[in-house]
Every structure is written in structure tokens, then in C-alpha cells.
Design a protein around this ligand. Sequence first.
Ligand SMILES: Nc1ncnc2c1ncn2[C@@H]1O[C@H](COP(=O)(O)OP(=O)(O)O)[C@@H](O)[C@H]1O
Ligand SMILES: [Mg+2]
Length: 270
Amino acid sequence: MLELRNIGVTYAEGESGSVEALKDVSLLCERSSFVVIVGANGSGKSTLLSVIAGAEKPDTGSVILAGSDVTALPEHRRAPLIGHVFQNPTKGTVGDMTVRDNLALAASRGQGFGLRWALSRALQEEMRARLADLGIGLEDRLDQPVSALSGGQRQALTMLMATWKRPRLLLLDEHTAALDPRSADLVMNLTGRIVSDRGLTVLMVTHSMQQAVQFGQRLLMLHHGRIVYDIRDGEKRRMRPSELVARFDELRRMDRLDESAASLLQDQYI
Ligand SMILES: Nc1ncnc2c1ncn2[C@@H]1O[C@H](COP(=O)(O)OP(=O)(O)O)[C@@H](O)[C@H]1O
Ligand SMILES: [Mg+2]
């Protein structure tokens, strides 16, 4: 379904020099797989999703989606195939439009027929039914502006919009990280349900060790722009949050050893 071949991304010189955000990353994800991605801040997780979505062009390598090489396709041309949900609940919805019009936008995406076509009677009924399915009463708030919703409700709506047309691929970038714990649980449970009901292929970045062990069949850990762990099936099912934390600690310990070794080497040359 998704294949990354030797992806490299280097961000241009900033104040602290250039940053190699992804280093020769290759990955094959099967159709309907749910892949969770963890890694320290700055390890390249968001860059990886951006390269897949087309928001970031890789310096090397290629992105193959559903059998086609999409590396040269700009983000808006990939958008009909890919749902991309971010941490900030205001990013996936239009605040001063109603719930209904937001959903109409999602329903007309990639078709160019606009809102008038989208607001057919059948679609209105589908909206009501699918909102009711979320189980948080949004079906009674179709005429309210999205800005009147709580962060959790808004992110639940974003999830529904991102999956309205069954994307080939759903990219979730810490989509519950800005929510209070209860809303985060709600949105995560909805996510699990939508993904399994619709058989979606998902890459989900999370900071939550609990989510990382509880969801998905595969777990990747990124470290300094490389995939350092790829844990699947039985091993993934047996994984506990404490074991994942231990792996993080081990990587940090190795980083510190690297730093000490580097400074030792430097000292020798001074
Ligand atoms: N637009 C950008 N310009 C320059 N550097 C960037 C940019 N985006 C990310 N980076 C750098 O690339 C590295 C990876 O960032 P990112 O993919 O956002 O990591 P993560 O999502 O794992 O926290 C970090 O060192 C970050 O500072
Ligand atoms: Mg990130």
C-alpha cells in the first residue's frame, strides 16, 4: 500500500546549521495495517508524515502509494488519497463555518462540485447518521459554528472529515496531544473504531506510551531520523508501556555515551 524507498530530508542551514531530519528511511506498510510511530522530540516523525503527504519534498528517495510513484505529486494532488490530522484541533476544520458545511466540504473533496451539490438530501441524512455514530451528540449541532465546539468535539469532527471519503492512507500526527485526558481517550477510541470499521491503512504518531502499546499491529521507533525499532505482531501485542520507556532510556543512554566519546576525541586533539 505504502512504500518509502531511501528517503532523506535535510533542512537548509538555520542558526544551528543544517538538520538531517530523515536519513535513508525505507518502509513498507501493508494495506489495512495500523502502524504506530514513536520517538523523541525532533526525531523526524512529523517530517516523515509530511513527506508522505507531499507537504515536504524529500531530497532523496521515493514515495510509492497504492502502486504509483507519487514523489513528484504536490500535496493538493495527493490530498484525495490521504487524510492528515494534526495536533491542533483548529487545523482540520473551519471554525466560522457550521458543522454541516464543514462536512459538506469533506464530502465534496476532490470532486470540485462545491457545497450546493454536496448538500443533497441523502448526504444530509448520511451526515446525521455518521455524526450520531460518534456518540457525542454532534448530530444535534449541525447548524452551529465549529468554533462553538470543545477541542475534543472538534477533533472528533476532524477525524470524521478526514475519513469521510475512505482515504487510501490516514496520517495522524499526535492528534490527541493537545486534548485533556478524557477528550484524548474519547478521540482515540473513536479513531480505533473508525479505523477498524473502515479497514483503513494508518500511520499514527503519538507521545502516549499507553496509546502506542494499545493500538495498531506494528510499532516503529524513530531516533535521529532513522527507524531504530520495528516491532510487529506478537511482540507488539506483548509490549508494555514500561518496556517501551526502557527502550527510550536505552537510546538516551547511548546518545550520552556518543557525546562523551565525541568530547573525549575532541579533547585528544586540543
Ligand atoms: N521546516 C523546518 N526547517 C528546519 N528544520 C526543521 C523543520 N522542520 C523540522 N525541522 C527539524 O528537523 C528535525 C525533525 O523534526 P520533526 O520531524 O518535526 O520531529 P518530530 O515530529 O519527531 O518532533 C528537528 O531537528 C527539527 O528541528
Ligand atoms: Mg512532530
